[in-house]
Design a binder for this molecule. Structure first.
Ligand code: ZN
Length: 145
């Protein structure tokens, strides 16, 4: 066997193993998922007697999401920050594995095409008597039209 072909077969196996790893990771995700990233915004509440009028503002956590190309900021109550963080992390992991699968699928197809090319039959067809299907002696390396 040509070393090129065995290398391609090995690559295809490895690519498919990587795909299986990502599928397994996706199957392990329990959700729920929430798209977006958490950002902390410090604001002044506007009350003239509040400490924030002269000092630091009030930190608040928001979930920044994209909807129809627009960025939306959704307030996250303090007791939800932990769970929303986990949901957003789960979502990001899912999308990362999905992107990886798409890339690996392309990679597999590319390897299969190379394998097909490497294993393609040489033209022209030969009969057992060393003659081609025109009854003429075949000339190696010359393509029939
Ligand atoms: Zn204030």
């Amino acid at each position: 066997m040509q070393p090129d072909i065995s290398r391609l077969r090995q690559q295809l196996l490895q690519t498919e193993e990587s795909r299986a790893d990502s599928v397994e990771a996706i199957l392990g995700e329990q959700g729920p998922f929430r798209s977006g990233s958490l950002v902390t915004v410090v604001r002044k509440c506007g009350k003239p007697t509040c400490h924030c009028a002269t000092g630091h503002g009030h930190p608040a956590v928001y979930l920044s999401t994209k909807q129809g190309g627009k960025t939306r900021m959704v307030y996250v109550p303090a007791d939800c920050v932990e769970s929303v963080t986990q949901h957003a992390q789960g979502y990001r992991r899912l999308r990362t594995h999905r992107a990886r699968l798409a890339k690996l699928a392309q990679e597999s197809l590319r390897i299969i095409d190379s394998l097909q090319e490497a294993l393609s039959a040489e033209q022209p067809m030969r009969t057992k008597g060393g003659r081609n299907d025109n009854g003429r002696r075949s000339k190696p390396g010359r393509k029939r039209s």
